[in-house]
Design a protein around this ligand. Sequence first.
Ligand SMILES: *Cc1c(COP(=O)(O)O)cnc(C)c1O
Length: 459
Amino acid sequence: MSRKRSWAEPYKIKMVEPVFMTTQVEREKFIQEAGYNTFLLRSRDVYIDLLTDSGTSAMSDRQWAGIMMGDEAYAGSENFYHLESTIQDYYGYKFVVPTHQGRGAEHLISQILIKEGDYIPGNMYFTTTRLHQELAGGTFVDVIIDEAHDPDSEYPFKGNVDLNKLETLIKEKGADKIPYVSIATTVNMAGGQPISMKNLREVRALTDKYGIRIVHDMTRVAENAYMIKLLEDGFSELPVADIIKEICSLTDAATMSSKKDALVSIGGFLAINDEEIFAEARNLVVVYEGLHTYGGMAGRDMEALAIGITESVQDDHIRARVGQVHYLGEKLKASGIPIVNPIGTHGIFIDAKKFLPHLTQDMFPAQALAAEIYIDSGVRTMERGIVSAGRNKETGEHNYPNLELVRLTIPRRVYTQAHMDVIAESVEYVYENRNSISGLKMIFEPKYLRFFQARFEKL
Ligand SMILES: *Cc1c(COP(=O)(O)O)cnc(C)c1O
């Protein structure tokens, strides 16, 4: 028997940012003025902000010290060389091209590798990743296992690739039509679900057989590596840093949004092992991002990122990060709140169809629930359901996605266990009073990505 030790934070707090409590009457007014859309709230009117884990991490004192050491030379900044060697040391990729954020790297690799008519299989799509593949003339094909689309499946590695789906696609289209397989660690759109090392090794073996590359979306690779350590046979004794290195070694290139696991507010990079692709990427980065030694980042941002990477791979850090998310998830489950299972690594996803069974999907249950949680406690969440899914291009009808979710995304190192308790208390209170929640009517609908700016009224 090992001694019990909770996931408590491996840091202490030395600077705070005050947040303001508001009254329920004030919040009713704020959300009404925001058209019942949490994206349109002002952040000063939010008590606990769970809109996203992107760019919202708290930086360490070391990272802030790094900000002061920014070498803002146009070319050859010291901070670039520090970032480059950190990426080589911790991830093992040979060549590095910095970009302003993850989508900048996705743009470069898509333009370089994808030709008109190509297919890009992947373990579920991500919005910006797929869009860049399509803009380069490719078609994304979902080859994730079926369990990933089922909110009730308890399968531990819902980020796994279905090897049959992948091989069928390769045989059908031909390996020359598939420039690479796109592998995300963890899978954001499936609710922060990991891929197993066993599955990734099998994907490597299969792609090697056909001479196809793997491009790794490594935005949340530390969280994925931690889940492998926790759940997969043979990894419990290994440091997370070693698991990360093996994941990266099984892939040929990587795109990174450093706004997530890497603990900074802005930045990203493309990392590559092939020298020719690197040369091409260095050519292109100058056109779209900036010179190849800054790629849209300030020197100080590259320094904070280099330090953030070293902190993000520490076992104590990642255990506390995922531990906090799971603490909230377990608490909600214990109160009978319907959430997506298993609990992911960066947030909790409430099943709004089950939470509000009296509302039909065209009454926007997830949108209504996010507004209701805000009114109750000032906790800001977001909709991932029919509003996010948009309309069918041909028929003009709403898309009716299977998953109608409210996302509670937890920023890294920002909130305490007491905040998690308040969030859970609020969701529980709203759940007890769920029968009085009415649906919404959309009164303004933007043409693109409507969830950001759509406005609603209570029915
Ligand atoms: C956020 C994200 C991206 C895009 O990164 P940005 O830095 O927002 O451009 C790509 N893939 C995944 C999985 C992400 O979560």
